[in-house]
Design a protein around this ligand. Structure first.
Ligand SMILES: O=C(CO)[C@H](O)[C@H](O)COP(=O)(O)O
Length: 262
């Protein structure tokens, strides 16, 4: 194991590595976006090259598509796949019901479409993403550029009377210019601090003209694979309410880890 890897990167790696056990040859797999999902793509690439794993990957962003192709994974579009066996993705927050905030990397729209088109969604995350109540992480909302300031005002007005602790919104920037998603849209980050009723909030926000989608994933995720900096992995499965704690020994995987970290 490289000595310069931070505990958080170790945690992300072991979660991703453990999640590969959900993947079987012949599957169509949704590939998430972000630093944790990037570890997954590298691990799956290793399995394709070294173990003859045969999968078709549906990426959730142009970044992940490039990474997956580079790792030797066959990439197809969601329209080609139509339906997926499994999606594995990261998250910005997950709560005890495995509801999520996603979109910190700006890919929430494709991520939600792909996860919803899957028999199963598995989230991979380091334990810092675990929350009692969603909302400490700013909620990303994808909006079309046309009239985005009006959409922003309507969103802020819709938050009055909702069970949230804040109501400020900010346009996500990429340096001096607004961030642009793969779909050509902008992201508004909602600083809510605490979301009391995530299901209701999601419905209200998505009714506003100009809103394309929000980053609340309600009843979409089936399992969370939680990585710790010391190499422990905990698996929570909402379908049967069990928590299965597993330990992954990454000293055994030293060579693999060095290879994929290059
Ligand atoms: O939703 C996402 C991208 O839109 C990511 O899954 C989320 O931001 C987590 O990223 P990371 O694994 O880098 O912490």
């Amino acid at each position: 194991m490289p000595s310069d890897l931070s505990p958080i990167d170790k945690a992300k790696f072991v979660a991703a590595k453990q999640a590969t056990t959900y993947v079987q040859s012949g599957m169509k797999v949704g590939l998430g976006t972000g630093s944790t999902a990037a570890w997954l793509v590298r691990c799956l690439g290793e399995m394709v090259r070294d173990e003859g794993l045969r999968i078709k990957g549906v990426p959730t962003s142009t970044r992940t598509a490039e990474l997956a192709r580079g790792a030797g994974i066959e990439v197809i579009s969601l329209d080609e796949a139509k339906w997926l066996d499994l999606t594995i993705d990261g998250a910005d927050e997950y709560d005890g019901d495995l509801n999520l905030i996603k979109g910190g990397g700006g890919a929430l729209l494709q991520e939600k479409i792909v996860a919803t088109a899957s028999d199963q969604m598995v989230v991979i995350a380091d334990v810092s993403k675990q929350v009692e109540t969603l909302g400490a992480f700013p909620l990303p909302v994808e909006v079309i550029p046309f009239g985005w300031q009006t959409t922003k005002t309507l969103i802020e007005e819709s938050l009055i009377g909702m069970d949230v602790l804040g109501n400020t919104t900010s346009l996500r920037m990429n340096g001096e210019t607004p961030f642009v998603t793969d779909e050509g849209n902008h992201i508004l980050d909602l600083h809510l601090h605490r979301i009391g009723n995530a299901r209701q909030l999601s419905l209200v926000i998505n009714q506003i003209p100009g809103v394309v989608e929000n980053g609340l994933f309600i009843d979409i995720c089936d399992s969370v694979v939680i990585g710790y900096g010391d190499g422990r992995v905990e698996v929570r499965d909402i379908t049967n309410g069990t928590t299965d704690e597993k330990t992954f020994d990454f000293l055994d995987e030293d060579n693999l880890f060095s290879d994929i970290a290059d």
